[in-house]
Design a protein around this ligand. Structure first.
Ligand SMILES: Cc1ncc(COP(=O)(O)O)c(C=O)c1O
Length: 368
């Protein structure tokens, strides 16, 4: 059996360090925020190339509070892509703003900057490019358009810890970068977690207040805030794991390179990585026009795969009120029908990668 991810294997590799960190929190009783969270904020902001980090309870909250800090609210429009996890759009919805979609570039699965300008109206306040699968969106043209139209750029870097675009780290390029530490992420908590990183001291201060009931000092609530605090246990676990993240990321990249090599010349469409990009392969997705059969064939051989994501957000019942119809975003719709995510985690053995690739090639052969 080859799992899609293997969190137990990861824990086994770092058990003494993690156990010690958890015991430390049990003894300090700093269960919410506290010194471990404060240290992790500094360390992860530095890792991401940003000045300040504010730990929150989820990646969704990071995006939500980033939008609020940028003064996004009812009557405003926020532009993002429909080929993302639903949380990107949920966070916009929570602010009362309206989501406006632009399609993806079908080669990279990220926002197509060529479509951005025509989606901007006088109500547009922010753009959320999503660094899907661990590959940064094409940020230079996006930032250039944002600057010309005086728009805030909030990076959804929830899948892109340590990814790079032309030497800059994901999360540090726009005004605010948002990360998720959901357990299955490249850097995953033992529970929920998230962080907003920024170089803007005002945004950081506002997000810091909003995550903790809008308080400037204890019981002095200057904003209508939330209980979105990051837990001390998660901060301690994440600090341990951050020390291993580069090694894990390089292992993922090596597995991706092996998949690429094994698929070369076979007709299996592999991820497209533009020059200057460091893809961190949260997801390694191939494309096939007969995904159901391929997934079932692999499953029968004990190879677990995933689909990220089977529905673009504009076609989800929950967001039907946005008024988009099938056919509105051709590339997102096609990606949702065709992408299949292969097993990808640091502890995957090279022989398992080869076994997966071999099974995929054999299964797809009659159709390629
Ligand atoms: C692209 C994207 N955006 C936002 C989120 C939301 O993060 P969380 O699950 O931590 O709220 C996730 C992860 O789940 C994600 O993959």
């Amino acid at each position: 059996m080859i799992p899609f991810v293997d969190l137990k294997a990861q824990y086994a590799s770092i058990k003494p360090e993690v156990d010690k960190a958890i015991l430390g929190v049990l003894e300090s009783c700093e269960f919410t925020l506290g010194s471990e969270v404060a240290a992790f904020e500094k360390e992860f902001a530095a890792y991401s190339g940003a000045g300040v980090g504010v730990g929150v309870n989820t990646g969704t909250s990071a995006i939500h509070l980033a939008l609020l800090a940028a003064d996004v609210g009812p009557g405003d429009e926020v532009i993002t892509v429909p080929f993302t996890f639903v949380a990107t759009v949920a966070a916009i919805h929570y602010t009362g703003a309206k989501t406006v979609f632009v399609d993806i570039d079908p080669r990279t699965f990220t926002m197509d900057p060529a479509l951005l300008e025509s989606a901007i109206t006088e109500r547009t306040k922010a753009i959320i490019p999503v660094h899907l699968y661990g590959q940064p969106a094409d940020m230079d043209p996006i930032l250039d358009i944002a600057r010309r139209h005086d728009l805030v750029v909030i990076e959804d870097a929830c899948q892109a810890h340590g990814a790079e675009y032309k030497g800059r780290r994901a999360g540090s390029m726009g005004d605010i970068g948002c990360f998720s530490f959901y357990p299955g992420k490249n850097l995953g908590a033992y529970g929920e977690g998230g962080m907003a990183v920024t170089n803007n001291a005002d945004y950081a201060r506002t997000i810091r207040m909003l995550r903790d009931w809008g308080a400037e000092t204890k019981y002095h609530h200057v904003l209508k805030g939330y209980n979105f605090r990051l837990e001390g246990l998660q901060g301690a676990v994440l600090r341990v794991k951050l020390r291993h993240l580069e090694a894990w990321t390089e292992a993922r990249r090596a597995h991706a390179a092996r998949y690429d090599r094994e698929f070369a010349g076979t007709g299996v469409p592999t991820p497209h990585v533009p020059p200057g990009v460091r893809h961190v392969y949260h997801i390694y997705a191939i494309r096939t026009s007969d995904r159901t059969t391929l997934q079932r064939t692999l499953q029968d051989q004990g190879i677990h795969t995933g689909i990220h994501y089977p529905f673009p957000v504009h076609l989800l019942p929950a967001y039907a009120d946005l008024g988009y119809r099938a056919g509105a975003f051709r590339h997102s719709e096609q990606a949702a029908n065709e992408t299949l995510s292969l097993p990808m985690f640091a502890e995957l053995a090279p022989s398992q990668c080869s076994q997966v690739a071999d099974a995929v090639v054999r299964a797809m052969k009659p159709r390629t």
